[in-house]
Design a protein around this ligand. Structure first.
Ligand SMILES: *[C@@H]1O[C@H](CO)[C@@H](O)[C@H](O)[C@H]1NC(C)=O
Length: 176
């Protein structure tokens, strides 16, 4: 089926454009199309991307953001809404194990990485450590998944495994 479609394009378009189609894996994450709209940015605004890029312990995250089409632009936008992003640190990425490294290398890996980033994004609330206590509770992320949260020994712990090593880091949020 796949083969016959490729052949069909080849015979129709020939040369250059068919090479585009054949060279890309059908499941591969599509790069940003040229001419994609990017909102203008006020340089005085410290966006989420600025925060990520300013920290050495988030360098893997910065790399992942640049590889997944659209994420750098979205994270660099001046948000007019309240949000919370639980930034996976380099240590967190290194603890993901074989599943992460094998899947991330597949053609569908970037799509999966994009979803993983969204699992860490809460699009409608500024969650501060003070919003949680020792009673186990849950909040919902941008992908509708629920994440467990609880203060244990004075530290915010997510899903009973991940510790918030540093919390309440501000990024500019613009009122419009
Ligand atoms: C934790 O917070 C919830 C919701 O604000 C509240 O109902 C509960 O009593 C608090 N628990 C403790 C142990 O402070």
């Amino acid at each position: 089926m796949v083969k016959s479609r490729t052949l069909f394009f080849l015979s129709l378009l020939g040369g250059l454009s068919s090479a585009d189609i054949v060279d890309r894996d059908l499941l591969e994450y599509f790069p940003s199309p040229s001419g994609t709209y990017i909102p203008p940015k006020d340089p005085s605004i410290r966006t989420l991307l600025d925060v990520v890029k300013s920290r050495d312990d988030l360098s893997i995250l910065a790399e992942v953001l640049s590889e997944c089409a659209g994420f750098s632009e979205a994270f660099d936008a001046a948000a007019s809404w309240s949000y919370t992003f639980f930034a996976p640190s380099n240590t967190a990425f290194k603890n993901t194990g074989a599943y992460f490294s094998t899947f991330a290398a597949t053609p569908k890996g970037k799509w999966w990485l994009g979803n993983l980033l969204q699992h860490h994004y809460v699009p409608n609330s500024k969650l501060m450590v003070k919003n949680f206590n020792t009673t186990y509770t849950r909040f919902q992320t941008g992908t509708f998944l629920f994440v467990g949260a609880q203060i244990v020994d004075g530290t915010l712990v997510l899903n009973k495994v991940a510790t918030a090593t540093e919390a309440d880091i501000p990024a500019t949020n613009v009122r419009q």
